[in-house]
Design a protein around this ligand. Structure first.
Ligand SMILES: [Zn+2]
Length: 169
């Protein structure tokens, strides 16, 4: 591993940045349903979101305008409160990814030996995703296990249809 790869710099990315388009378990058929935020709305956090499932044709909209945040251990999304489709148990915790960008971000964070926090124009931010990452994800003893689960999840993201027949939760 070279120096660039082993260093993670917190660029202020927030969890909501990964929630523009992500995959959850369809509440009707248990397949992979996609949630997409409406692009024309100014504030991404409260932008309306539509869930669609190509497996059973379900279509639902979220437009509540307010949010409560589930704990990361629940492994459910902020809007529809449905389980993220790509998730596994790992080191006694629930490891989930919203989409490929989220997976890549987590991998960069977990693999890094050094983690830096970058000061932005507004000063030091504690709202970034990296500053709120659960502690177990940052622990060196869990690194190998987490990276291995992330590899498995990446394969599933490439071929989500292989798990379309998953049983309903
Ligand atoms: Zn469905």
């Amino acid at each position: 591993m070279n120096a660039e790869v082993s260093r993670f710099v917190d660029d202020g990315t927030q969890m909501v940045d990964f929630l523009r388009r992500y995959t959850v378990v369809c509440p009707e058929c248990g397949g992979a349903a996609t949630v997409v935020a409406k692009k024309d709305e100014p504030f991404i956090l409260f932008a309306r979101r539509r869930l669609t499932c190509s497996g059973c044709g379900l279509s639902k909209e979220w437009a509540a305008g307010c949010l409560g945040y589930p704990s990361p251990e629940q492994g459910v999304d902020w809007y529809f409160r449905l389980p993220y489709f790509f998730q596994r148990r790992c080191a006694g915790h629930q490891l989930w990814v919203a989409n490929r960008e989220h997976l890549n971000f987590l991998r960069g964070y977990v693999a890094a030996k050094h983690r830096n926090h970058r000061r932005d124009a507004r000063g030091w931010s504690n709202r970034s995703f990296a500053s709120r990452i659960p502690k177990w994800l940052a622990e060196a003893k869990n690194r190998t296990a987490i990276l291995s689960v992330l590899d498995d999840l990446e394969k599933e993201i490439e071929k989500p249809n292989k798990r379309m027949q998953r049983t309903r939760r």
